[in-house]
Design a protein around this ligand. Structure first.
Ligand SMILES: [Mg+2]
Length: 105
C-alpha cells in the first residue's frame, strides 16, 4: 500500500470513528507519540548508562507514522508528495555536497 493510500486509510478511519480533530491537536498528538519513542530509548539505555541496550518498540514507530499521517490529513497535505520532495532534496544535497544535512541543524 502506498503512503497516499495509507494516508487515506488513516483519514477514513478517523472520519468513520468520529475522531477528527483540528491540526493543532493532531500536531500535539504527534509530538506526544514522538516523545514515547524518546521515553523508550532513554529508559532502555538507562539514561545513557547502557547505550548498547537502547530499544524502541515497533508499535511506537507505528504510532508516530499514524499520527504524522493524521497531521498531514488535518492540514490537507499529501504526505506522499511531501515525502518524495524530502527524498529528492536529500538526494540532491548528497550529490552536490556529499552531505544530506541542511547545515543549519
Ligand atoms: Mg505510542
Amino acid at each position: 500500500m502506498s503512503l497516499r493510500e495509507q494516508q487515506n486509510r488513516v483519514s477514513e478511519f478517523l472520519e468513520e470513528n468520529d475522531m477528527q480533530a483540528p491540526p493543532e491537536f493532531r500536531i500535539m498528538d504527534f509530538i506526544s507519540e514522538a516523545g514515547e519513542i524518546v521515553k523508550d530509548a532513554v529508559k532502555t539505555a538507562d539514561y545513557g548508562e547502557a547505550r548498547e541496550d537502547l530499544k524502541v518498540k515497533e508499535d511506537e514507530i507505528g504510532d508516530v507514522l499514524f499520527s504524522i499521517l493524521a497531521v498531514a490529513d488535518a492540514l490537507d497535505i499529501d504526505a506522499e508528495k511531501a515525502f518524495e520532495s524530502a527524498m529528492e532534496k536529500y538526494e540532491e544535497r548528497i550529490a552536490e555536497k556529499g552531505d544530506a544535512g541542511s547545515g543549519s541543524h
